[in-house]
Design a protein around this ligand. Structure first.
Ligand SMILES: Nc1ncnc2c1ncn2[C@@H]1O[C@H](COP(=O)(O)OP(=O)(O)OP(=O)(O)O)[C@@H](O)[C@H]1O
Ligand SMILES: [Mg+2]
Length: 211
């Protein structure tokens, strides 16, 4: 396995007439924690989605642990989990059911689910359908899903958004633990102080370009 967790080689991404990302190259070592900053619309989410294999580059290539995220998408995606605004939960299922389903799909033990729900402070709401959840509760459930996957690479798209102060502190604690455990982290955030505490270096995007 390569010491390089993520390689972004000359990647550009176009949406219609708009270039969201322009000739971006970036290498992230295994175990590194990188903060991604930039103004609204600078391309952070686009870059994270490309790294997660959720969208393909218009130009250039990305590799995750030496697997091409387009041509070896499945292999690349097993190493990665993305925490984002789009929850991807099944609204008609409860929090516990969502996690059980996710565990089954990942071939994971379902026994840890109670513990996970407690960890994100959702145990009292375990049986509530997700459509009745608040934004912060959905974010907490998304976090539990990432925790369940235990990926080698964690991509965090504004993990502090929507959370109350206690939730923010929980996320910060969890990221610090992951960092200590050697997980590779890419953290896109507008919360600069938290981000700096949790990362080894900062990468900034301006109008789709790395600066
Ligand atoms: N699905 C899409 N279709 C069309 N344009 C898009 C799409 N997703 C993003 N864009 C455009 O790409 C550019 C970068 O957006 P992106 O979401 O990556 O920014 P961001 O840095 O994550 O911003 P924010 O800080 O607001 O989250 C923006 O100009 C946006 O309008
Ligand atoms: Mg974004």
């Amino acid at each position: 396995m390569s010491a390089q967790a993520i390689q972004v080689d000359g990647v550009s991404k176009r949406y219609g007439a708009r270039w969201a990302l322009v000739r971006t190259s970036l290498q992230i070592n295994a175990g590194e924690s990188v903060m991604l900053t930039g103004h609204n619309g600078s391309g952070k989410t686009t870059l994270l989605r490309l790294m997660a294999g959720l969208t393909a580059p218009s130009v250039g290539a990305l590799r995750v642990f030496d697997r091409d995220v387009v041509r070896e998408r499945q292999a690349a995606r097993t190493a990665v989990a993305l925490l984002s605004h789009q929850s991807g939960h099944y609204d008609d299922l409860s929090a516990a059911e969502n996690l059980r389903l996710h565990a089954a799909l990942l071939g994971r033990d379902t026994q840890a689910i109670d513990e996970l729900l407690a960890r994100v402070r959702l145990r009292e709401r375990a049986d509530t359908p997700v459509r009745q959840f608040s934004a912060g509760m959905k974010k907490r459930l998304s976090l539990a899903r990432v925790m369940l996957k235990r990926p080698k690479i964690v991509l965090l798209d504004e993990p502090f958004g929507e959370l109350d102060p206690e939730g923010m502190a929980d996320v910060e604690t969890w990221i610090a633990e992951e960092r200590k455990a050697g997980t590779t982290i890419v953290l896109a955030t507008h919360w600069i102080d938290q981000g700096r505490r949790l990362s080894d270096r900062e990468v900034r995007l301006t109008n789709g370009r790395l600066v």
